[in-house]
Write a protein that binds this ligand. Sequence first.
Ligand code: SF4
Ligand code: MSK
Length: 626
Amino acid sequence: MSKTYQTYTITQDGQLMLKKMERDQVETVWDRLQAQLPQCGYCDMGLSCRNCVMGPCRVDPFGEGPQQGVCGADADIIVARNLGRMIAAGAAAHSDHGRDLVEVLAEVAEGRAPGYEIKDEDKLKRVAAEYGVEIEGKDTMQIAGELANGMQEDYGTRKKGVTLINRAPEKRREIWKKLGITPRGIDRETSEMMHRTHMGVDNGWQSLLLHGLRNALSDGWGGSMIATEVSDILFGTPQPTQTSANIGVLKEDHVNIVVHGHNPVVSEMILLACQAPELIKLAEEKGARGINLVGLCCTGNELLMRHGIPMAGNHLMTELVIATGAADLMLVDYQCIMPSLGNIAACYHTRMISTSDKARFPGMEHREFHPDNAVEMARALVQEAVENYTHRGEVYIPVEPIKAMGGFSVEAIVGALGGTPEPLIEAIKEGKIRGIAGVVGCNNPKIKHDYGHVTLTKNLIANDILVGDTGCAAVANAKAGFKVAESIQYAGEGLKEVCGALGIPPVLHMGSCVDNVRILVLASALANALNVDISDLPIAGAAPEWYSEKAVSIGAYFVASGVYTVLGPMPPITGSMNVVNLLTEGLNDVIGATFAVEPDPEKAALLIRRHIENKRETLGLPYLKV
Ligand code: SF4
Ligand code: MSK
C-alpha cells in the first residue's frame, strides 16, 4: 500500500525519496515510528523511573494505581528527576563537543596538530582577554595555549562561575546569583545533576528544576559557547556566504562525500583533502568531474557557515540521502546520527565510516580521527570515496538545489549593520522590526518534517519579526527559499525595508546547534546597548520540531537567560502539573521568562508575536494589539 508521504514531510525531495525507498523496500525513521505506536503513556508523561533496581517504577496518572515508586518518589519528583537527567545529557553532549575543540586548540598551541591552525587571530586575542590572558609580548601559540588552559579550567570545579557568563547583562547575572544558579564548572553542574537524581538525594522538585537551569546555563554560557568560540578561532569566524540546499546538491557526475554529525574538527580536514589536486585528478581518472563535499545536520552547518559548503539535508533527510545511490562516502562524527544508517547503506553502495573515539555505529567501519593524524586520515578517506565512485548502481537525484545565504555570526551581523548594533536597535525602536526570534532545533517524525520550522518562520517574517535560525531549522528554512536576498518578498513592509537596504535575507542562518549561543551573545549586546535585561527585550525562541536531549538543554538555557521559548513537541512532563505550571508560568516571577508548548506553528507564531508586542509596550515602544 502506498504511503501518504505528504503527511510525513512538506519537502519535495523528501517525498520523492520516500517513494523511492518504499520501492526499494527500505525502512525509514517514519516506518519505525509507526511500528512503535502506541508509545508508552507513562514515559510520555515522564511518570516512569528506572533510576535504581528497586524499580523500574511508574506512577498512575489517573490516581487509581500506585502514586509512588518503591522508594516513595511521587509524580513531581519522578518527572523533575527525569527532566533533570535530560538536561544533563544535553549539556554533556554540547560541552563534550566543546572540550574536543579545546583539546585541538591546546594541541595546535603545542605544535602537535598539523593541518590545524589559528584562522582568526583577532578573535583568539579577544576571547583570551576575556579569560584574563595577558596578550602583550606573547606569540599567537602561547596565547592559544593559555586560552585552552583557561577554558579547561571552566570545565572543572575550581571556579565560582564559568568565564563567559560575564558576557551576560549584569541584571541577568544578578538574578542567577540571587537564585543560586550561577553555573560554576561545566562538568560540575552535569555531574551534580546526576548526583542529585540518584535515589535518595534531591527530592525537592523545585530545587531539582532550579539545578536543571544551572546545568543548562553551564551549557549555554559554558560548553556550547566555548565550542562556538574555539571553532571560530580555529576555522574562521563566519561571514555572509552563498550556498545551496536540499538533496539536489549531490552531483551525479561527481564523487559525493557527505559529512554528518556536529564537530568541525573532522569535516574541516575532509574539506581540505577534497581540494587536494592529486585526489581531484584521481577522481577524474575514475570518470568523475570532481569531488563534491556536502553536509548533513550540524557539521554541515559548520561548513556551510564558514565555506558555503552545500547542505544536503537535516535530521530526517539523513537516511534518505543514502537512497539516492549518489553518496560515495558518508563520514560521521557524533550526535543525531541514527544507528539505522549503516543498515540502510548496506542496501546501496555508500561507504559508511565513523570517526570519533566515542561514537560507534552498526554497519559502519571505524577510522579514528585525532589531531595528529587528521591530515593523512582525511586524505585516505577521500581517496576511498573516489575509489567507491565506480561501484555506483542506479542514481536518483530528483530535485534541483535551492540557493541560500549563510554565515551570519554576530560579528557578521554587526558588520552588515555598519560595525554597530545601533541600526538594528533603531529599527526595533521605530517598529520596522517588531522583534527578533530564534527558530532552532531538530526534526522529529512526530511532526510533519519541516512544516513547523517553515510555517512558523514564514508567519514571523510576514509580521516584521527578524528570524535567526540554527541547526535543522536553518536547513528547513534554506530549502524553503527564505535565505536569499529576494526572500524579502515574504517579509512585512518594515522588515522588507530594513533587509532590502542591508542586502540581507529576513532569515539569518546563524549556524549549528552549539551556535545557538550566538543568539545569546546578540541578545546580550542589544540588552547592554539599551541598558536592560535580556528578559526585557522583544525577543523569543522556538523549537518547533525538537527531539533531542540537547534541545531540552538549549530550551532551558534560553529560558534561564530570559528568553521566552515556545516548544513544538511536549516534553515528558505532563505527569506533574506542578512541574508544568512552574515551567510555563511560575518561572516568570523567578527568572523573567517561561516555556510555552504549542505544536501548531501558526498558533506558536501568535504566541511569539503577542509576547514581542507585550515587551515592546513595557519598553515604551510603539506596540500592536495581537
Ligand atoms: Fe523506583 Fe525510586 Fe528506584 Fe525510581 S529511584 S526506580 S522510583 S525505587
Ligand atoms: S543536528 S540536535 S537534530 S538541530 Fe544539530 Fe539537528 Fe537537533 Fe541534531
